[in-house]
Design a protein around this ligand. Structure first.
Ligand SMILES: [Zn+2]
Length: 140
């Protein structure tokens, strides 16, 4: 799930995302400035690298990841529900409610774990690229 964005250079309209790209819940993590590879104009992104974020910006980032985690958990929830239902058998009407809650918890647990690993990876990757002086990548 997500939406499509086309991030363009403010001066020459060069597309940083190579046309429309699929995107999840938007986050405030990223390079503060990206330099257009076409015309060399610096573009402000409104984003920040983790080490430069204030406490409230970090909280904002965290909340955007919680939203993303819950969205990702939805399809997972359906899969887990079907799998557990198959294991337990046809008597789903009696234990349906419990299976529903259990499936939800498992889906959120798996989704949270994936989000945590992904965020940790992105924060470190952006931090590293920023220190290396990379200003042209659109990583998120
Ligand atoms: Zn440009």
């Amino acid at each position: 799930m997500g939406y499509y964005v086309n991030i363009r250079c403010s001066k020459c309209r060069y597309s940083f995302t190579d046309g429309y790209a699929r995107k999840g819940v938007s986050s405030n993590l990223g390079f503060p400035i990206i330099v257009c590879p076409n015309c060399k104009t610096p573009n402000l992104t409104g984003k920040k690298i983790w080490s430069q974020m204030t406490t409230s910006e970090r909280r904002q980032y965290f909340l955007s990841r919680v939203k993303q985690t819950l969205i990702n958990a939805l399809p997972l929830f359906i899969i887990v529900f079907i799998v557990i239902g198959k294991f337990i058998g046809s008597n789903i009407s009696n234990e349906g409610y419990g299976i529903l809650i259990l499936s939800g918890l498992i889906a959120i647990l798996i989704s949270s774990f994936i989000s945590f690993i992904n965020s940790w990876y992105m924060i470190n990757k952006i931090e590293k690229k920023y220190r290396e002086g990379d200003t042209e990548s659109v990583t998120i």
